[in-house]
Design a protein around this ligand. Sequence first.
Ligand code: ATP
Ligand code: MG
Length: 629
Amino acid sequence: HREPLGAGQLERALCQANDVDAQMEQLVGLLELSEGERRLRHLLVALFQEVFSEFFPGCSVLPFGSSVNGFDAHGCDLDLLLDLEPTKSLQSSARGSPGAEESILSDIDLASASPPELLELVAAVLRRCVPGVRRVHAVPTARRPVVKFSHKQSGLAGDISVDNRLALHNTRFLRLCGEADERVRPLGYAVRLWAKQQGLAGNPAGGGPLLTNYALTLLVLFFLQTRSPPVLPAVAQLRELAGDEDRVVVAGWDCSFPRDAALLEPSANSESPSSLLAEFFRVFGDFDFSGQVLSLREGRALPLPEAGELFKQGSLNLQDPFELSHNVAANVTEKTAARLGHCCRAAAKYCRSLQYRCKSTKGRGWGLARLFQPGAVEPGAGAASFLISIPVPAPWCPEEPGGGFKEICAGIAFVLRDVLRCSCTPGKPPKQLGAPRAGQSLPQDPVGGKEPPGDTAGVEEEPLQPPTASKRPQPDGTDGAATPRAKRPRVNGPEQEEEEDEEEEEVVASWSCTVWHHVWTGRRRLRRQLLHGASPEEPEEGGDSLELEQKVSEAIVQHEGADRPPEPLLRFEASARLAGGGRREPRVLLRLTPSPAPGPLFRDFFHFLQAFLPPALRRRLGWGPGAAP
Ligand code: ATP
Ligand code: MG
């Protein structure tokens, strides 16, 4: 089983290609499953089939989703449908016959069992009878209830659903589209990876505000249907091409379309994959997602009422190609939809620049490599970052760079490391990524000269990775790499928590941080338990004795298993600087820049830290509650 490619590996490989079209083709090759990985999945399906057949005679185990839809990637999950319809028929005809009570069939009547009962049964079979299967649990509340599992030897995670025949057909539809035109898969892979890096798509179990990969792929297919001339036909046209053997209705929805892509007319569209990608961003960067319905059935956007009364309207209205009453993006929040538009606009702008179109002669990221770096294509901006503002009592503000600030930095590091049990190593100060202000020149590139001048569309020349850690010990024994007069990256996008106005910053210290345990969850309860009800007052987050807070973290670490998990939960760069002064209240701004792009887990951690850190720091530095608001 191959691990997903590291970002660096992928980037290096892409940079070798000669143009963006070649990068797109290469991307598919780099990400798609190898023959060996496919065989392994096949074997696993056969294993499940064998075991489930023992319990549910006649059943079939059928893969769907990314393992078989043509948009597979190393390590993608294994979606399985356990089709129990044949077993139900067998059961009803065998009822009363001798021997039936010997089997599990007599324990539960499949036809009348409730979905949660059925799921529990499937979970029990998985747990007890399939070798190597771990972490089995039923998720009965999802729109399509599933049993989740992972498989130890292969490292694969998967879902089994028992009632989702539509998934087989929409999977086949995606596959057909991928086979119909050779530009479809490269575009699908590029958009999927881009959206993942931007934190726009993921697979939220049982909801979440992000697009699922399925929804994202439909967005790509819709785009290709709406080119002029179209790259892909509308689903209604495909239906016309379906032969008798292709006619099928599932749960009342017509899922008829040809199985064989060879039956489709080649597209008259001659756009290159790289220009289609740029156009994808341009089109959706300026799209009214909430005021119309994207219909793959019709291959065009429809007025909202045409989707019907049952269609759940939302911030993004994307109609399932078969289950027409279903909005596949119903879970997408207004914020995510707005961010999708924003990220598309930034990407479209990047696609107009030389850095997209021309291979770098200086060994820098270009084309797709740069597009996939989180936050990199935002003109004049660094990666998405989050700010925590900590008011500082005036006497603590250093006249000289590094004065009381060093102690504040040591305090921040203490809270992160010793109180919250994060790893935290001093790092280099962040480079300036912001566009130069009037009268300023671009910062000198320490490595080499600049790319040839041209239409750079405002994209900066700086290295785009967030600053990496250097484990440089500090000669003065302070806890951060405090450096006078370093510049900060700008905050980008609407996601950010606080947009600071332009200010001269005094000092910057930075750390590379890694979070290994969910130290932000359940603290209140643990705190109460540790206090044994000694304090009737609700202790303030982080404001109680730091010793107690340390114990709370320790309890969480112990509870999760004292050993570090193989992979950390979160990684981020943190940088601190002093702001304010003059008329403005002095404060330390702590900027967290997560990598990869922030997901829900990071946001939870951030919101916790935002409340926890200021009072904890007050306590550590002895400012007292009155010292700062
Ligand atoms: P991944 O690599 O994320 O697993 P995938 O190609 O398997 O990608 P998923 O989003 O997991 O894509 O979708 C798998 C299947 O689940 C789809 O074929 C579809 O049947 C179903 N599905 C996923 N998201 C939705 C949705 N929003 N609405 C309806 N069905 C969905
Ligand atoms: Mg999947």
